[in-house]
Write a protein that binds this ligand. Structure first.
Ligand code: GLN
Length: 348
């Protein structure tokens, strides 16, 4: 167990109810992540069915087909050997949730429902989903038979928990949660969670990338940590254009940034991060007392799967990815690129 970890996030051009296409792009992103040596991969919000499925989320078929696709993903051994954080809508005790399914080697470790839903501007999540309003609580999710067969068990954990590996802990927050005053990453970071994944369905509006970046940079500058941002890329069948830009940020510095306006269907962004940088950063800012008196303690789901290796730490050629200057388009470029990319994607 070492302290250098290679992680991956991605931008995918998913389409509403394009079951086969969405699954194949998810699998391709996992292959690319594995090829780059990543041991953790996060994908965009609701990537299995497409983010903007709108009132299709009222159709029970969407939940059944989403789980059928999840089953295929779990059974596909080419996706094993890396921790996966996949966006899936889940029906649980008659309520519809916008979830992350955290899985490894064909087994589900945790289903983490979105807690703070997006409901302003073009977002209507409260029309389709119920927010999970119980921070740090979990209960059991009864797997349908098709998944129980794969899992070898009838139930998995559902709720607000985090994953603990031998060397670190990671937790998921979903898109809008980053924008909220009491964002989940704050309590997670105070409880020692070092890596936060954020899977988003964040559409383009002028200068929104600046807002996202400021939020993530400030979050990790205040709390320390590694932040993996994944987003939908391009159109997905509704009116909106999503501007991708998957990113990896460490302690307030961007270390990897994907393209904001891309015609690629799958773009994977990876970085090698040094967990010791998070530990020393967290020790050097005056957060210790806040962490020590924080009563917000997360249930940790244990996995023996290692994100790092001692061999990597001993390999002098293996170094953490260095910070880069974040890239921003000018306002004029954003206007030109979003129109062109929207028209290309929507009309093909
Ligand atoms: N899907 C979401 O939760 C998106 C909401 C968020 N405010 C954004 O625009 O990125």
């Amino acid at each position: 167990m070492g302290h250098l970890v290679t992680v991956a996030t991605c931008s995918l051009n998913q389409w509403v109810l394009d079951w086969e296409g969405n699954l194949s792009r998810i699998i391709e992103s996992i292959h690319l992540a594995k090829k780059a040596g990543a041991r953790l991969r996060v994908g965009p919000e609701l990537e299995i069915c497409g983010y903007s499925s709108l009132d299709h989320f009222h159709e029970l078929d969407v939940y059944t087909h989403s789980l059928e696709m999840l089953r295929r993903l779990l059974l596909d051994e080419s996706t094993h050997g890396v921790l996966l954080d996949v966006g899936v809508p889940i029906l649980h005790r008659n309520l519809r949730y916008n979830c992350r399914v955290i899985c490894l080697d064909g087994k589900i470790l945790l289903i983490r429902p979105k807690m703070w839903l997006a409901n302003d501007g073009n977002y209507r999540e409260m029309r389709h989903f119920t927010p999970w309003m119980r921070p740090r609580e979990t209960e059991l999710f009864h797997l349908p038979k098709m998944l129980a067969d794969v899992q070898g068990e009838t139930h998995v954990l559902f709720g607000d928990a985090v994953i603990s590996t031998p060397e670190t802990a990671f937790g998921a927050e979903t898109c809008e949660e980053l924008f909220t005053p009491r964002a989940p990453h704050i309590d997670m970071a105070l409880d020692g969670v070092e890596i936060i994944t954020n899977s988003s369905g964040s559409h383009f509006t002028l200068r929104k990338l600046d807002t996202r970046l400021q939020l993530i940079m400030e979050a990790t500058r205040k709390s320390g940590g590694v932040y993996l941002y994944a987003n939908q890329q391009g159109c997905d069948g509704e009116r909106l254009y999503f501007d991708g830009c998957a990113m990896i940020i460490v302690n307030g510095d961007v270390v990897a940034q994907g393209s904001q306006f891309s015609l690629n269907d799958v773009e994977v962004v990876t970085a090698t991060v040094d967990l010791d940088e998070v530990r020393s950063y967290r020790a050097s800012i005056s957060r210790g007392l806040q962490a020590a008196c924080s009563t917000a303690k997360y249930q940790r789901i244990q996995t023996p799967f290692e994100l790092s290796s001692e061999d990597d730490d001993a390999d002098v050629t293996k170094a953490p990815t260095l910070p880069i200057q974040p890239r921003f388009h000018t306002v004029e470029e954003e206007i030109a690129l979003c129109g062109g990319c929207y028209l290309w994607d929507v009309s093909r």
